[in-house]
Design a protein around this ligand. Structure first.
Ligand SMILES: Nc1ncnc2c1ncn2[C@@H]1O[C@H](COP(=O)(O)OP(=O)(O)OP(=O)(O)O)[C@@H](O)[C@H]1O
Ligand SMILES: [Mg+2]
Length: 118
């Protein structure tokens, strides 16, 4: 199992959700975050020009998936999040040790995918 973390532009949130839905990826957490992706803001000061590490509003998706769904999830995040411009965001894939569904006690691959009929 992997935890796929996708950081995207806030205005691409709905496109990402739609792409995930179309790819049958269910079970998503989304948070509003701020991040820095290397772009420097130039600031004029009375002694000259300085640069500032600015923070931009982003949206962070966290999606726990079985190994079979990793590629699909990455592709959906890219399809929904890409504009082609600098600052489109990034995807991190990390190993996931354990998942527990609180209602049933199911674990791991039985727990990452929403139960049938749910
Ligand atoms: N190495 C990183 N570690 C943690 N978060 C990152 C990292 N790189 C990017 N991010 C997050 O992703 C957001 C968008 O980053 P950004 O798209 O600018 O990445 P990039 O690698 O510089 O790509 P690009 O060349 O398209 O700008 C950042 O605001 C930050 O939240
Ligand atoms: Mg960048």
């Amino acid at each position: 199992m992997k935890l796929v973390i996708g950081i995207v532009r806030p205005e691409k949130t709905n496109d990402v959700l739609e792409a995930l839905y179309r790819a049958d990826v269910r079970g998503i957490t989304m948070t509003k975050v701020q991040g820095h992706g290397g772009e420097l803001e130039r600031q004029e000061t009375y002694r000259g020009t300085t640069v500032r590490m600015g923070l931009a509003d982003k949206v962070r998706f966290e999606i726990a998936v079985s190994d079979a769904f990793v590629t699909t999830t990455i592709e959906a995040l890219r399809a929904g999040g890409q504009t082609g411009e600098v600052g489109d965001g990034k995807i991190f894939v990390v190993d996931l040790e354990q998942v527990v569904r609180i209602r049933t006690g199911e674990t791991d691959n039985q727990a990452v995918t929403p139960a049938a009929g749910a």
